[in-house]
Design a protein around this ligand. Sequence first.
Ligand SMILES: [Zn+2]
Ligand SMILES: [Zn+2]
Length: 248
Amino acid sequence: MNGDLLTVLYDALLTLAYPQVCAICGRSVERRRFGVACEACWKNARIFNGAETLCWKCGVPAPVEVLNAVRDQVRCRRCDAQSFTAARAAGLYEGALRESVLMLKRQPDVSQHVETLLVAAARREPLNVSTRIVPVPLYGERMRMRGFNQASIVAQVLSKSLGLPLDEESLLRVSGSEKYRAGLDAKGRHDTVAGAFAVRNPRLVENEDILLVDDVFTTGATVSACAEALLVAGARNVLVLTVARAQL
Ligand SMILES: [Zn+2]
Ligand SMILES: [Zn+2]
């Protein structure tokens, strides 16, 4: 019996023993590798595959498609002030990808499907030059409450798949003043996280192309503050990879 067939049988048995209900449509999830959503709901998710036109810097979908040759000149201009070199995500923060992000905050586990999508994004331009993986650190108190940092879980998975060193030591969160306040605009959020990060040992990040990993990209304020600290410490580039990004 080949391995594929075994996997199918194993998944079928698992579905009988521990039926996983799709977080979106409520039908059962056929394969364990899909995680929280069924195959049909994954098909509806908006996943980036490298063929779409994005703001080259922040990765937001562009309103018009342009030729491949000039994609690296596309800018939304709203991200001009952000410190990272470029940011990409597996897809948009909706449907199956949104449910996967929410699950990751409750359970320290990345489904095989999400891993495959992240690895593909990391191997595409402009992230494919990365030399070292750094997760966005969680503030100590929140870390103690949750018991794990979801960005670290994603970073660990990527480190293994990509064969790049994982660095959970260099970047520190030095201030816990960042609190989510409803109605806070992008400028306000930037102010609350600016200066919240520091690099412990600059020699470790010097001249490195850092792959900065987080679960979700919303305004970019958090990853931009991290990038600022890493670049000041001597990193060459800070390339951001998140599971999902908001369509702003
Ligand atoms: Zn479904
Ligand atoms: Zn942009």
